[in-house]
Design a protein around this ligand. Structure first.
Ligand SMILES: [Zn+2]
Length: 259
């Protein structure tokens, strides 16, 4: 049996629909052909996945009707009593199965995309919660100092990285301290800056994703969030200062932390 013929009969073989002679020919070929036996394994794996439901996503009734009506349209000229689902040729079953499989996977990915918050949204929720907690719990700073040469060494031995610490007092955003915080399942540095009576938390942790420009992530309940990456670190700033003020602060900090 040729490869072409073998691969065409794989579905029928898996469904036990081949006669004895064909089955023996198939198995003889599969024993000696890596390409075809891989094809068999792939189809088996797809079937198992669909049966387990790990890929399955119920196709909407409208889709079922569309497939049914397009199959009906393509067989309209054939007398009805000779056609039914059980007598459809195997290639039509295969086509319908393929359409359903593709739709299932697409719908599943679509559903996953719609209902799963992006990574940025998940981090934003954690940053927002940490910022609010630091203000409410009166636990803004573990080390209170306006001197970056005091704050930076304070992190030594407490974190497995050394965060960049810059004072922006000359620009109206003095550094007032720092603390350890916990985000994304790891310890991070939180640097605290002040703008008049408002505080800005800057969360810093190592990030291999390279340089990305600062952008506002979101504002909620009067707080603004911005994120950026630089010098191998990811930065998140949270504050209740106005969005333009926070953007200015971030721009100044970006300049100080050279890439
Ligand atoms: Zn083959």
């Amino acid at each position: 049996m040729s490869c072409e013929l073998t691969q065409r009969f794989v579905s029928g073989y898996l469904d036990g629909e081949l006669d004895l002679v064909r089955t023996i020919e198939m198995e003889t070929h599969l024993k000696n052909c890596a390409v075809c036996s891989r094809e068999l394994e792939n189809q088996q794996a797809l079937r198992d996945a669909l049966r387990r439901g790990s890929l399955a996503y119920a196709a909407p009734a409208a889709l079922r009707e569309r497939i049914q009506s397009s199959l009906n349209a393509s067989t309209r000229d054939v007398p009805k009593r000779t056609r039914s689902w059980s007598t459809l040729p195997i290639w039509q079953w295969a086509a319908a199965f393929a359409v359903l499989a593709v739709c299932s996977v697409t719908a599943w990915q679509f559903a996953a995309g719609v209902h799963t918050p992006s990574n940025d949204q998940r981090i934003a929720a954690e940053v927002f919660a940490s910022h609010v907690r630091s203000l409410e719990a009166n636990h803004l700073m573990d080390v209170a100092s306006t001197d970056q040469h005091t704050v930076k060494p304070w992190f030594d031995g407490k974190l497995d990285f050394s965060p960049p610490v810059e004072d922006l007092a000359s620009d109206g955003y003095p550094l007032v301290g720092g603390r350890l915080d916990y985000l994304q399942g790891r310890e991070v540095a939180a640097l605290v800056y002040q703008r008049r009576k408002h505080f800005i938390n800057v969360f810093v942790w190592p990030d291999g994703s390279g340089l990305s420009l600062a952008r506002a992530v979101e504002s909620r309940q009067g707080y603004n969030l911005m994120r950026w990456s630089r010098s191998g670190f990811q930065f998140w700033a949270a504050s209740d200062i106005s969005a333009p003020d926070l953007a200015e602060f971030v721009r100044l900090l970006e300049i100080r932390v050279s890439p």
